[in-house]
Write a protein that binds this ligand. Structure first.
Ligand SMILES: NC(=O)c1ccc[n+]([C@@H]2O[C@H](COP(=O)([O-])OP(=O)(O)OC[C@H]3O[C@@H](n4cnc5c(N)ncnc54)[C@H](O)[C@@H]3O)[C@@H](O)[C@H]2O)c1
Ligand SMILES: [Zn+2]
Ligand SMILES: [Zn+2]
Length: 346
């Protein structure tokens, strides 16, 4: 089969690889129908995730069809259409029992990271019973690809951890796919205002179409001053960090209201300053989280009933054999106006 293989920082290739086979009785082999590229894949290619080694197939999102299941898999059979979770989980260990699948003792984020991933014609999924979801008939497969990672991430790490409530003012720093997923799912709770902050005018325009009540381009204007103007000098009740650099986390600290929440989503490679000299008395809560994907079944229902339309995040489509061109388009998101790309395996 063909797959997108990582060969060290800056190097990747679409090349022939052995088709995966069952290793444990709890595994399934899935033929990929559609997959995509994540901001995290770009972090890997920059060399930010050194555990990813030369020869690894990238990708942790996708939908497909079961090709083969191990003898211990009871929930799936050959021919079933499935959604692949970016998080692999056994469902049995102490962390899984707490609903913290991201820290599963025999899983977590391993796809396209510690084991071969989904940017390929076939993928092996460990703990298939707990790591795959059945695709309902008539569901839009493309839209479901957004459920492998970005929707549960925006919702769990941003909206749930930030405790968004009716009437709240929510500020989201970063209007990439993850920030936009937080914007879409924050609206389950009818906040009064959702303010998006980014440096890309196209992404801010998309944010307004997706329900942002205000947008701030912090390249051109002082975001802190504007947030205080918009909130009667109070700051935002919930601030969601969806970028992953020190400057944006520190911006979150500056715009959170007393009693508010900062929900960090971004993957950080450097430490950020925590301004306790100001915040110690502000009754704030700061949360961090690796997505658990425990809300995937709920999100799947909202997508199938069209309450949530994540297909709106898809801007480009390519045959999977053109994956290198797709990476190029994804890497030049500002020029190409890219949000999510879909790679189709015919
Ligand atoms: N916690 C988790 O489980 C988890 C899961 C998936 C992704 N992530 C992380 O979430 C983050 C967002 O992911 P994404 O795919 O949307 O990334 P992305 O790179 O597509 O989007 C980031 C956005 O931030 C904007 N930005 C950059 N610098 C800025 C600044 N100084 N001020 C304001 N805006 C700025 C960019 O213009 C861009 O629109 C990444 O760090 C990613 O690795 C975390
Ligand atoms: Zn991802
Ligand atoms: Zn587990």
């Amino acid at each position: 089969m063909k797959a997108l293989v990582y060969h060290g920082p800056g190097k990747k290739n679409w090349e022939e690889m052995p088709k995966p086979t069952l290793i444990k009785p709890t595994d399934a082999i899935v033929k990929i129908n559609k997959t995509t590229i994540c901001g995290t894949d770009l972090h890997i290619l920059k060399g930010d995730v050194p555990e990813v080694t030369d020869g690894r197939i990238l990708g942790h999102e996708g939908v497909g069809v079961i090709e083969e299941v191990g003898t211990a898999v009871t929930g799936f059979k050959k021919g079933d259409r499935v959604l692949i979770s970016c998080i692999t989980s056994c469902g049995k260990c102490e962390y899984c029992k707490k609903g913290m699948y991201s820290h599963c003792e025999d899983g977590g984020w391993i796809l396209g990271h510690l084991i071969d991933g989904t940017q390929a014609e076939y993928v092996r999924i460990p703990h298939a019973d707990n790591s795959l979801y059945h695709i309902p008939d008539n569901a839009n497969e493309e839209a479901l690809v957004m459920l492998s990672d970005i929707l549960p991430t925006g919702f769990e790490c941003g909206v749930l951890n930030g405790q968004v409530k009716p009437g709240d003012t929510v500020a989201i720093v970063g209007a990439g796919p993850i920030g936009l997923a937080a914007l879409l799912t924050a609206q389950f709770y009818t906040p009064a205002e959702i303010i998006m902050i980014d440096q890309d005018d196209n992404r801010l325009a998309v944010s307004r179409q997706f329900g942002a009540t205000q947008t701030i381009n912090n390249r051109n204007e002082d975001a802190i001053k504007r947030i205080y103007q918009l909130t009667g000098n109070k700051g935002a009740d919930v601030v969601i960090e969806a970028v992953g650099v020190p400057a944006t986390f520190e911006l979150c600290e500056s715009i959170v209201s007393p009693g508010g929440h900062i929900a960090n989503i971004g993957v950080h490679g450097k430490s950020a300053s925590l301004h306790l000299e100001k915040l110690w008395s502000h009754n704030i809560t700061i949360t961090t989280r690796l997505v658990d994907t425990v809300t995937t079944p709920m999100l799947l229902k909202t997508v199938c009933s069209h309450k949530l339309e994540p297909g709106k995040l898809i801007t480009h489509r390519f045959p999977i054999a053109n994956v290198l061109q797709a990476y190029d388009t994804f890497q030049h998101a500002d020029v190409e106006k890219t949000l999510k790309v879909i790679l189709v395996n015919e």
